[in-house]
Design a protein around this ligand. Structure first.
Ligand code: CUA
Length: 196
């Protein structure tokens, strides 16, 4: 290239000004992220994860492990909320309700999961075939589901409403069909009256 076209001379001060502007953008974004995280922690529905430690030897589930070929011998044989003979949700020794979900064959079982609002529910999720995702829309519930492993998430849904549980990890040709209704119902037993 010709020596007759010298490179445009960079204006030192102009460069500093634009750098300052971009630094300002980064600072604003960081502040927004911080506020957003705080707001979600304060207001959001978010799970606490545990490796099923509280249910160390419940029906074939041993320390978060399960035989994916033998789910019939585990509570996963009856997917859904655990209820007693009268159909009332049963509180476990950890003080939460239990719900069991199985991912596999491009479906979630149960097809519709109903859980009550306002009480802690432990969702136990496992897979029968390959790795799946488990995400509940409108919440930060998001876990990877592996055959042989039980993901246990304890969560309290604050507001009744209908959401979806979806698979967010590509698992095969039917991946996009893996969506199930997730219904948070108003609390059945009247707890202390709260004004919204
Ligand atoms: Cu299951 Cu994607």
């Amino acid at each position: 290239m010709g020596a007759d076209t010298p490179p445009a001379r960079l204006d030192h001060h102009a460069l500093e000004r634009s750098e300052t502007a971009w630094l300002g953008v980064a600072v604003v974004m960081t502040a927004l992220l911080f506020v957003g995280v705080l707001a979600s922690v304060v207001s959001g529905t978010y799970p606490s994860l545990k490796a099923d430690a509280g249910h160390a030897h419940v029906g074939g589930i041993v320390r978060g492990r399960v035989d994916p070929k033998n789910l019939a011998a585990t509570p996963f044989a009856k997917p859904g909320l655990v209820v007693d003979a009268a159909g009332q949700p049963m509180v476990n020794d950890q003080g939460t309700l239990d719900a069991y979900l199985v991912a596999g064959n491009f479906t979630f079982q149960p097809a519709v999961l109903r859980v009550p609002a306002g009480v802690p529910v432990t969702l136990h999720v496992t897979a029968t075939d390959v790795a799946h995702g488990f995400q509940v829309t409108g919440t930060t519930i998001n876990a990877e589901i592996l055959p042989g492993h039980v993901a246990a998430l304890t969560v309290t849904f604050r507001h009744p409403g209908e959401q979806h549980a979806i698979c967010n990890e590509y698992c095969g040709v039917g991946h996009h069909n893996m969506i199930t209704r997730f219904i948070v119902e108003p609390p059945t037993q009247p707890t202390s009256k709260e004004t919204k």
